[in-house]
Design a protein around this ligand. Sequence first.
Ligand SMILES: [Zn+2]
Ligand SMILES: [Zn+2]
Length: 283
Amino acid sequence: MPDNFELEEIHFEGAMDFHVHCDYSIDAVGKIDEYCEAALARNIAEICFTTHYDCNPIGDCQGNLISINGEHKPTSIENLKPYVDDVLRAAEKFQLRGLSVKLGLEFGWYDNCEETAQKVKDAYNFDYFLCGIHEIENICFCCRSTYKKCFERYTLDEMVEKYFQTAIAASDSKLFDTIAHLEYYVKYAKDFYGDKLDKVYEPYLDDLFKSLIASETTIEINTAGYRHGVNQYYPNMRIINRAKKAGVHIQFLGSDAHRPQDIGYEFEIASSFVPNRITGTEE
Ligand SMILES: [Zn+2]
Ligand SMILES: [Zn+2]
């Protein structure tokens, strides 16, 4: 290594991180401004906050809660307002420093949630409405404390079929800009079912892609899989390539950051898979 070699800072000129939590999500730490500072430090051009909005009345996950200054409040349109105001405040503040900040939401999908989701979507002027599929038949498959309870009801094939039926229903709803972290079941299914997940999704891809194209819904490239130790994006590269080939629009990268230091996580390679331009909303 030459003497004058310095490890380059990570720079992502023009990159966008469109899946960012903050401490309004009960499972995330760090204030909105800290995430913005982290984005600036990495020369990211645009970030979109997508706090969780979970409201399945019969879900069994961590509770349907929004954290407001550390205080847990029930998820509701009213209790979302401090988050919305805070993001809009940050958007004004950080615009002056060259960072574009967008207002988004990760709405937690559950069966028959369409009417509720529409109301939430209409309540504020969101730039981006992201669908988070975290549960199958009302039990969360991506929390350490519940995934076994979710998966033990199904064989691997049954679980994957139900997951993709859910993803297709979410896409068909036309409510969302993007389905977040497709194939997210991989997070714990590898441990639960063993290493046989490679092609289980094959029978469902064509129908999902058709639905995504018809409903003009996109999928993101979510880099959190590398933090979760499953060594893949959500979805995996094979699905991403198949989706692109089928004509599914893939525009957004998401780090799914739950800590400021995770902004732009693993974007080095992932950013080459999406168009490199600033946007905020689909034109
Ligand atoms: Zn999610
Ligand atoms: Zn998320």
